[in-house]
Write a protein that binds this ligand. Structure first.
Ligand SMILES: CC(C)(COP(=O)(O)OP(=O)(O)OC[C@H]1O[C@@H](n2cnc3c(N)ncnc32)[C@H](O)[C@@H]1OP(=O)(O)O)[C@@H](O)C(=O)NCCC(=O)NCCS
Length: 216
């Protein structure tokens, strides 16, 4: 590299560093200022409908990571404000009348995965590749707090625990996967199961609460 090029690259690195620092400063500023946070939240979310405002939804393709070959049907309710990540990999499909919500945690979906009709995914959720959610499946990493008896439940905030569904899993119709659960690869969750604990890889689990019935 010539002296001139080296100076140019050095300057470029410096300006990139500065940009990153500025972004970080701005982020910290927003995180630490309750008032600013509230204003931004008001601009982004419709408080009554608890979903992103229409103009934010129009911008979604700009801030989400969607593979061009992924398909999200028009009727899907995408409650995906830009606070958190929404990622969907190649050839994955979110079927009609489903709902994806990343307002309180990232939703990451791998490649060749299918979210079946009428399913609901509430982050933080990570779904691997070649996963098949049948119809009406609920995957919710969110719980409402309720331990304080002198307060209403809707005043007590929420708790989230990451859900992980590894690659090559089939989840039967109307099953529910609860917060904090990890489902190991090449597993089958039977129809109507309620998964409250981790399921090891290569398992067939069924029932309420879901129990491993046999190894696959
Ligand atoms: C799990 C499933 C695939 C059956 O697999 P299988 O290998 O034939 O399993 P078996 O019938 O041998 O059942 C194994 C055990 O799980 C139980 N079981 C199976 N499905 C169950 C269910 N949905 N709920 C509760 N228990 C169930 C069986 O009664 C059996 O229990 P046992 O050992 O105490 O007798 C099937 O029951 C199922 O739930 N399919 C989902 C269908 C669906 O959602 N289709 C949508 C298309 S994407």
């Amino acid at each position: 590299m010539t002296g001139k090029n080296a100076t140019f690259a050095h300057r470029n690195n410096k300006s990139e560093e500065k940009l990153l620092m500025d972004k970080e400063t701005l982020r910290n500023h927003i995180v630490n200022s309750a008032r600013l946070k509230r204003i931004i939240d008001l601009l982004i979310m419709n408080q009554k409908l608890t979903r992103p405002r229409w103009y934010v939804r129009l911008l979604a393709p700009l801030y989400q990571q969607r593979a061009w070959s992924a398909k999200i049907y028009g009727s899907v309710r995408m409650d995906t404000p830009p606070y958190r990540r929404f990622v969907i990999g190649k050839r994955s499909v979110v079927e009609s009348y489903s709902c994806v919500n990343n307002a309180v945690g990232d939703v990451v979906i791998g490649d060749h995965t299918r979210i079946g009709l009428h399913s609901t995914v509430i982050g933080p959720v990570s779904i691997g590749s070649h996963v098949n959610l049948a119809q009406g499946v609920t995957v919710s990493a969110l719980n409402h707090n309720f331990s304080e008896t002198d307060k209403r439940i809707d005043e007590q905030g929420i708790t989230t625990r990451q859900i992980v569904i590894e690659d090559d899993v089939w989840i039967g119709t109307n099953a529910t996967v609860l917060a904090g659960v990890r489902i190991g690869s090449h597993s089958v969750i039977a129809a109507g199961a309620v998964v409250t604990h981790d399921i090891p890889p290569h398992s067939l689990a069924a029932g309420v609460p879901a129990q491993v019935k046999r190894k696959i």
